[in-house]
Ligand binder design. Structure first.
Ligand code: 1GP
Length: 261
């Protein structure tokens, strides 16, 4: 069943070509900075806020941040869980994600089984997502016990993404790892885009307008950034958001032009 948040995301991607989402890691923010970043993201044109972090262990910290963020923005707040501790009743939706290239079944279906009844009870919208860790993989690769897909093996990323689609997942996330030096290569994004019909999310290491634009031109529907804003202060938060979102929009313009041909 497709819920309201998923419908909203799909409609926005159809209308705008591609969208940006800001990721907030509860362990790396204060309540004030989370509210500030979310409000600035909304006013600069982000389409949603994702909340989660690889090493998050405190549900009460997540609850406090999620509640505060949700009451300060109108755009949807979507949980990005690292484990069963990544669930909060204060969000609009949750990426119901399976780490497809984990060597540990816990991250493929174990945590999901433990979490599903609570998600149902809380009435959270669950959005099915195939999560694929590539390149360096960052902390997500270590904690998720992934075998990250090397950047020079894009065909393996395609195989994983196709498996996600055939399993019924409607979103695929190519994750390079938070704060990494090299974002997902354009060639890998393009090959996955050509192979699957799902919504394609790309994140990890995107810090510039140019990187965001190239990822969208290659076929990303959603660009997620976290670190670039976490590392910014005051006025810089706004200028970085504007820069990244402008890159997404520029890439989207070329995508829409292509579509019309
Ligand atoms: C991490 O893909 C996200 O899960 C965002 O990565 O923090 O590098 O922007 P960054």
């Amino acid at each position: 069943m497709i819920g309201k948040v998923e419908e909203y995301l799909i409609r926005k991607i159809q209308d705008e070509g591609a969208i940006h989402i800001t990721l907030i890691d509860p362990e790396k923010v204060t309540l004030e900075s989370a509210i500030f970043t979310s409000s600035e993201s909304e006013s600069c044109g982000s389409s949603a806020i994702m909340i989660g972090g690889t090493t998050l262990a405190s549900s009460s910290l997540l609850d406090n941040i999620t509640k505060a963020v949700r009451s300060s923005v109108k755009i949807p707040v979507i949980l990005f869980p690292n484990n069963i501790t990544g669930i909060s009743e204060h969000a609009d939706a949750i990426w119901f994600m399976s780490l497809l290239n984990s060597a540990d079944p816990y991250f493929i279906a174990g945590a999901q089984v433990l979490a599903a009844p609570l998600i149902k009870k809380l009435g959270l919208e669950a959005i099915p997502l195939g999560y694929i860790i590539v390149g360096e993989g960052g902390s997500a690769g270590v904690i998720g016990k992934a075998w990250p897909i090397p950047y020079n093996k894009p065909e393996l990323a395609v195989a994983h993404a196709l498996a996600a689609q055939f399993l019924g997942m409607r979103f695929v996330y190519l994750e390079a790892g938070s704060g990494v030096n090299q974002p997902v290569p354009v060639k890998m994004i393009r090959m996955v885009r050509e192979a699957v019909d799902t919504v394609l999310i790309v994140g990890g290491g995107i810090k510039t307008r140019d990187q965001a634009e190239r990822a969208v031109k290659a076929g990303a529907d959603i660009i997620v950034t976290g670190t670039v804003i976490e590392d910014s202060r005051g006025e810089e938060v706004k200028s970085k958001l504007v820069e990244i979102i402008e890159g997404v929009r520029e890439g989207a313009r070329s995508k829409l032009k292509e579509r019309r041909r």
